[in-house]
Design a protein around this ligand. Sequence first.
Ligand code: SAH
Length: 239
Amino acid sequence: MQRYFAEINSNIVTLSQGDYFHLTKVMRASINDHIEVVDQHHKVYLCIISGVNPLIIEVQEEILKHSELDKEVTLLFGLAKNDKIEFVLQKATELGVKRIVLFQGQRSVVKYTDSDFNRKLDRFNSIIKEASEQCHREYLPEVIYRKSIKEIEDDLLADINLFAYELEAGSTSSLNIELDKKYRKIAVIIGPEGGFSKEEADLLVARKFVPVSLGRRILRCETAAVYALSVIANKIENE
Ligand code: SAH
């Protein structure tokens, strides 16, 4: 069933313009069709279309099935080309992250000023919203930008911060081993296409990041993000 994020006040559902268009023109909603709506409090409701012109959406009942991970996962991802960033935003959303911090690595080929990021933010948020609706989440992950690893504040970090380091490839320090039940918040950092500089690696270790291997092969940055988040989500969902 199609899911939308919307405001619900006194049982009145207010869709965004894009979702209104999607529901009426793309899905061609007709009377008695059902949709799911996630409100501003992250509650999910089963709704029925009771009129199409004008569109009337009636709230029927709360849906109590939840789809969020039980732990908070943050992905820190080195700036890469735009198509890779968009791919990673979509996949990270599907894999359940709470937050994506894009950072400019010393070896990032792409560089953003704050205003470059702000100009892209609407597009990034719409990718995240569409992915969240498609995979039936109750939360929209946030995406933020930091100009270097140094600018990533401690409060964006977690109880365990995993450092996927290409120089660890094939080592025994596996992602799986490092993930212990006791951590409530987990962060993982993935470098840009060019990997991490020595200075960045030293800084991460000094900030108590745990270097881990993602296997014997060197993965592309976007593959590395999907791999790491899949392992983390699998671990959380099977605890
Ligand atoms: N250009 C670099 C590789 C960068 S791969 C080189 O040739 O060495 C991009 C990022 O993906 C890395 O910074 C790291 O965070 C992650 N990554 C890829 N493969 C990995 C592996 N086997 N183990 C740990 N991290 C890996």
